[in-house]
Each structure stands twice: as C-alpha cells, then as structure tokens.
Design a protein. Structure first.
Length: 207
C-alpha cells in the first residue's frame, strides 16, 4: 500500500497541476477545459463519454493502464453545465490520475466490496476525494474570512462541500501558525463546571 499523503502534499500536487494547465488562479476552474487541455498536454491522459446505459453502476471511472477517464453522459453534460456534483466527480477521477493511482477506480453510485474493505482501494478513494475538493478550491485561493456561501459561489462547490472545505482550509491555517482550534461552547461549559468541582483541568479556557 502506498504511503499516506498529507493535505499539504495534496495541496501542492493540485497547485502544480493547475499551474501546468495554466489555471493557477481560476475561480471557478473550468473542468471541461481542464480535461481537454490535459488530454493535449499529457500522453498518459485521455477522456471519453459513455451513455449512462453503458456505465450503469458508476458516475465515472479511471483506468490507469489505459490512461483513460470515462464519464457517464449525464455527468459529462453536468460538467459542461457547471453542476457542483458533476464537477466534483470529474475532479475526483482526475485525482486518481494526478496522484498516480493504479488499476481501475470507479466513482460508484453504490460502493462495491473493494471500496469498502480493501485498504489500498479505500486509501486511494479517500485521497481522490480530498484531491477533488483541493483542486476545485485550493487553500491559497480561499480567503481567510471567506463564508461558506462565498466559497460555494466562487469555486463552484455545493454548500455542503464548501462548508467542509472552509473548515479544512481553516485547519491548515491554524497548523501553519500554531493556533489551536477554539473549543465549542458546550465543551467550554463542561470543562468550566469540572474545574469548579475541583477536578484537574489543564486546558486553558477562554475568559
């Protein structure tokens, strides 16, 4: 099984790919232009579309041996229409290519046994999911005080994906500056009550 990649490493891989394609600062990035340009620049990457009927169990697929990304027609049209889910699906499969994953990987509608139980496959699918969000909304382009709504609008993410990405970027910033994440109010109240009861509490609580 390959070594676990950190978020910082995936951020760097995503940034290098954006730079290679000439889309370093694009928000939102045009995923169809990404696929078309990468197909021209790399002999190891091409993509095609299949009818939903011919790809019934997956939204998309990456075949490393063939260097081929396959998109269902509905996903392909969704990428053109800039639908957040379709963009994320294309970026997910792109992640398998960018991260050098081997074999055949599916963006499955229903998780298969390998995705659930095989450690290497689970790790690669997890990495591809992280890459997708990072590629679409890299930390260096997300503002420090940017709202979930702004991230969603500027980067073409769903509100759910934007909320997750906001927290991921904040976590990277905290780690870079050595800051600790603020404790939720409920946790602060619990620790205060414990301290008042005379229990040992080493956490520094806000005033």
């Amino acid at each position: 099984m390959s070594r676990y990649r950190t978020d910082d490493e995936i951020e760097e891989i995503a940034k290098r790919l954006r730079m290679r394609l000439g889309f370093e600062r694009d928000t939102p990035i045009d995923m169809m232009a990404v696929l078309q340009k990468l197909q021209v620049l790399s002999a190891c990457f091409r993509f095609e579309r299949l009818t939903d009927f011919k790809l019934p169990d997956a939204e998309a697929q990456w075949d490393a041996a063939q260097g081929l990304m396959t998109l269902r027609e509905s996903v392909y049209q969704g990428v053109i229409a800039e639908h957040p889910r379709a963009r994320m699906t294309a970026a997910h499969e792109l992640g398998h290519f960018a991260l050098g994953h081997s074999g055949v990987r599916n963006r499955s509608l229903v998780k298969n046994a390998a995705e659930k139980f095989v450690s290497a496959v689970k790790q690669e699918e997890f990495e591809a999911r992280r890459f997708a969000a990072i590629f679409l909304a890299p930390a260096y382009l997300v503002g420090a005080s940017e709202t979930v709504e702004s991230i969603s609008s500027r980067f073409g993410l769903s509100l759910e994906a934007a909320a997750i990405r906001q927290e991921e970027v904040a976590k990277l910033a905290r780690r870079a500056t050595g800051q600790m994440r603020e404790l939720p109010p409920g946790v602060v109240d619990f620790l205060r009550a414990a301290k008042e009861r005379g229990e040992k509490v080493t956490t520094v609580l806000p005033d």
